[in-house]
Design a protein around this ligand. Structure first.
Ligand code: ADP
Ligand code: MG
Length: 260
């Protein structure tokens, strides 16, 4: 690992890449959750982050965003420190990690996505409101603008958080298990929005738990189990042997069968 760091230290980050991670190690109480991981993501590409429970998938996203501090490694966005690019990056956290009881209407949650444009003390103007409604429409939730966020189903909440990410107008979208525990209609709505973003040249990186939909939804796959197992185009990298290596004995036969 020392060699990798020494070699990479001299190389300038790639200005074309929306997210580049080098030699990233994150530990909790001295136990590594992510160890010496390299990753580089490209514009207009959708990548699935795949690995067993506890593999460090959420930690990887959080460290990329600077929410958790790595013990070593570098993260850059468009060749710059992530802090300077935050406005161009949208994050949809794992649903279980969000407190759904906070009192806010759906429309307010979406407007929060625009706070960088709004500024904290500026008034919300008609065009901001229209933009927020447009984002709700894109996820099929425009009929729920006045509803309290806590009164929505899990799938509806997930769509609202995607609408907030859209309102931000970001170029890089990091989503943590966006399809976990959602209904079929929500899954369809979310995947079509993500494919639309890809069409517009945006970068989508999503932690994804359902192996059977990986080939249909994603261009590339990043397999992780604390360390990087494999990364590349789905047809090359999403193989039984790589999955076996990532999941070990934890890969259920049913999941393997789903892969055909
Ligand atoms: P995944 O998203 O792949 O399920 P996580 O990144 O959430 O994995 O967790 C990776 C490892 O780090 C797990 O062993 C988990 O228990 C541990 N972990 C995650 N968050 C914390 C935390 N805040 N404090 C201590 N340990 C944590
Ligand atoms: Mg997770």
């Amino acid at each position: 690992m020392g060699l990798t760091l020494a070699r990479d230290a001299g190389r300038a980050p790639d200005a074309q890449s929306p997210l580049e991670i080098r030699g990233l190690t994150v530990t909790y109480a001295e136990k590594p959750a992510v160890f010496s991981v390299d990753a580089r993501f490209e514009p207009g590409v959708m990548t699935a982050i795949v690995g067993p429970n506890g593999a460090g998938k959420s930690t990887l996203l959080k460290a990329a965003l600077g929410i958790v501090r790595p013990v070593s490694g570098q993260v850059s966005a468009w060749g710059a420190p992530i802090d300077r690019m935050r406005g161009r990056i949208a994050y949809v956290p794992q649903r279980a990690s969000v407190d759904w009881d906070f009192p806010a209407r759906v429309i307010d949650v979406v407007l929060m996505g625009q706070y960088r444009q709004l500024g904290l003390l500026r008034r919300v103007r008609t065009r901001h409101m229209e933009a927020a409604f447009d984002c709700l429409r894109r996820v099929g939730m425009d009929g729920f603008a006045e509803r309290q966020i806590g009164q929505l189903s899990g799938g509806q909440q997930q769509r609202v958080f995607l609408a907030r990410a859209l309102a931000q107008g970001a170029d890089l979208y990091l989503l943590d298990e966006p399809f976990a525990g959602v209904d079929a209609a929500t899954e369809k709505a979310i995947i079509s929005v993500l494919k639309e973003l890809r069409q517009q040249g945006k970068t989508v990186v999503a932690v994804h738990h359902d192996l059977s939909t990986v080939p249909d939804y994603f261009d590339r796959v990043f397999l992780i189990n604390t360390t990087r197992i494999a990364e590349g185009p789905v047809d090359k990298v999403f193989t039984q042997s790589n999955l076996q290596e990532a999941y070990g004995g934890r890969l259920a036969t049913a999941q393997m069968n789903a892969l055909g």
